[in-house]
Write a protein that binds this ligand. Structure first.
Ligand SMILES: Cc1cc2nc3c(=O)[nH]c(=O)nc-3n(C[C@H](O)[C@H](O)[C@H](O)COP(=O)(O)OP(=O)(O)OC[C@H]3O[C@@H](n4cnc5c(N)ncnc54)[C@H](O)[C@@H]3O)c2cc1C
Ligand code: FES
Ligand code: FES
Length: 479
């Protein structure tokens, strides 16, 4: 069943919008059309959290709540979801939601511009966790910036929620919302609006048919990269195919020997899964954007963007990951190493899409990854490094080293690997391997770091990796 009308739940009713504008951001809709101005615009690029709203989605007859940046979401992607704004938190009798009350009690707001965003991030935390440990609080607000109150009063407010009754009016009304979501959840969307087209297929077969006829479309997943074309570059996208309604591609499987991640799987789901296999992968993902970004962003989007500083890319290269590419007729599996051609250029052809990513498991290997960025949370890497090696009787029997931020593409350090392979870990080997990095990379200087700094950091990360192996302990500021 297809429709040109999106339906979502807001304020206890089903809202219908016929032929919505495909390039309209959710934030603009909220502020301009709904005239709800609690939700603010700070950066319009997903970086400050002022525009945070919470979406409710059906999951196994329950509602899954997630905080998102409404400035980088397009209105039609609301289809089938519940929209919760800061104005919706207040009770009918005018009393504040426990999260709002805690912010008042702990003087957590001064100018107030960031406050609705913080409230919504904390509301999402309140709904998703039963205890609010320091790490959970920090993670929950890592995508929100405050420039005047400071973070301590906000953290104190969040901690105080541990002593509050967790039942709020959203719990009491849950059944009603679930009923409404069940009614509207099963539609594929097709919108033709003047010169613009928007498709949100629900199945891969449907996607293929749409792709065949609309080969020049932009594939939109979480939109955490693509949406900036509209919000920052001020370009409209004429044809969009929204991937994240395809549940068939939202999965993580352990396929005996490798983990397969479907293209529409949100990073946050993957982060929780991968920690039992590669803890450093999960550690890097914790610092990847913010909860808002990871709630919608995908590995497939990170790979297709092919940024030299995409955080998952050096990790996946060192783990020898494969990309499953599908087109209308064919499926092709290629090594991620062969996927990147040049700066932001990949082997992805028109009519093709990323179906899944296969990540081999190396249970006997040592795996380590490091991210260096100017700011600990919600910042893009200056340098990212990843090491995957097998040690036997103190000899390195296999090794894959990959770096991000060191070249125009994320890349393996093959000269360095050559020095390390079949060597024992001695100071001399490490010094030689560090020197070899100068043959592997000639990094550029930019606003994030100078070339000189990058090469020094790359060498030091290699050194750190082997120090950690030798000393059998982690040398991390966050441990
Ligand atoms: C505030 C902020 C912080 C960020 N922090 C980080 C960070 O710390 N580390 C990092 O690496 N990145 C970061 N990013 C970048 C971005 O979040 C990632 O690149 C993300 O993985 C993109 O995934 P997405 O699903 O949102 O992709 P989208 O934005 O939807 O798409 C990105 C590109 O991939 C293509 N694409 C998407 N899905 C498919 C598919 N299935 N098949 C083929 N092509 C596809 C799109 O056409 C587009 O070209 C950040 C972005 C923002 C806005
Ligand atoms: S306005 Fe800054 S994250 Fe949306
Ligand atoms: S209260 Fe002013 S920016 Fe946070």
């Amino acid at each position: 069943m297809t429709s040109n009308t999106i339906k979502f739940v807001h304020e206890n009713r089903i809202v219908e919008i016929k032929n919505p504008e495909p390039n309209e951001t959710l934030l603009n809709y909220i502020r301009i059309k709904l005239k709800k101005t609690g939700t603010k615009e700070g950066c319009a690029e997903g970086g400050c959290g002022a525009c945070t709203v919470v979406l409710g989605e059906l999951k196994n007859k329950n509602i899954n709540y997630s905080a998102v940046n409404s400035c980088i979401m397009f209105l039609p992607t609301l289809q089938g979801k519940q929209l919760i704004l800061v104005e919706d938190l207040i009770y009918k009798n005018g009393s504040l939601h426990p999260v709002q009350q805690a912010m008042v009690n702990y003087h957590s707001s001064q100018c107030g511009f960031c406050t609705p965003g913080f409230v919504m991030s904390l509301f999402s935390m309140f709904k998703n966790h039963s205890r609010f440990k320091d790490s959970i609080i920090r993670d929950s607000i890592s995508g929100n910036l405050c420039r005047c109150t400071g973070y301590q009063p906000i953290i104190k407010a969040a901690k105080s929620l541990n002593n509050k009754n967790k039942i709020d009016h959203f719990n009491k009304n849950k059944k009603n919302i679930i009923n409404m979501l069940e009614k509207i959840n099963n539609q594929s969307i097709v919108i033709y609006k003047k010169d613009k087209k928007y498709f949100a297929p629900r199945y891969v077969q449907e996607l293929k048919k749409i792709l065949k006829k609309n080969i020049d479309s932009h594939l939109l997943s979480g939109g955490t990269d693509l949406s900036l074309k509209v919000t920052k570059e001020r370009n409209d996208m004429n044809s969009i195919i929204y991937m994240n309604s395809i549940n068939e591609l939202n999965y993580i499987r352990n396929n005996n020997g490798y983990i397969e991640v479907g293209a529409t799987t949100p990073l946050i789901k993957f982060e929780n899964y991968i920690k039992k296999y590669y803890i450093d992968f999960a550690n890097i993902l914790k610092r990847y954007g913010s909860v808002q970004i990871r709630n919608v962003g995908t590995i497939a989007g990170n790979i297709a963007t092919a940024s030299p500083i995409g955080d998952t890319l050096p990790i996946l290269l060192s783990l020898d990951a494969k990309v499953v590419l599908r087109s209308i007729k064919k499926t092709k599996i290629i090594s991620l190493e062969d996927f990147f051609i040049d700066y932001r250029k990949t082997k992805l052809k028109k009519g093709q899409f990323i179906d899944s990513i296969r990540i081999p498991l190396f249970p006997k290997n040592i795996f380590k990854a490091y991210k260096i960025s100017k700011r600990f949370d919600d910042d893009i890497s200056s340098v990212c490094a990843s090491f995957n090696l097998e040690l036997k009787n103190k000899i390195i029997k296999s090794i894959k080293v990959a770096y991000g931020g060191m070249a125009s593409i994320p890349k393996r350090a093959k000269f360095c690997e050559k020095i390390l392979l079949n060597s024992s870990i001695t100071e001399k080997t490490i010094i030689e391997a560090k020197e070899a990095l100068e043959k592997d990379f000639k990094p550029i200087s930019d606003m994030r770091a100078s070339g000189k700094y990058r090469i020094m950091v790359a060498k030091n990360l290699l050194h750190k990796c082997f120090l950690e192996i030798e000393q059998k302990k982690l040398i991390r500021i966050d441990n």
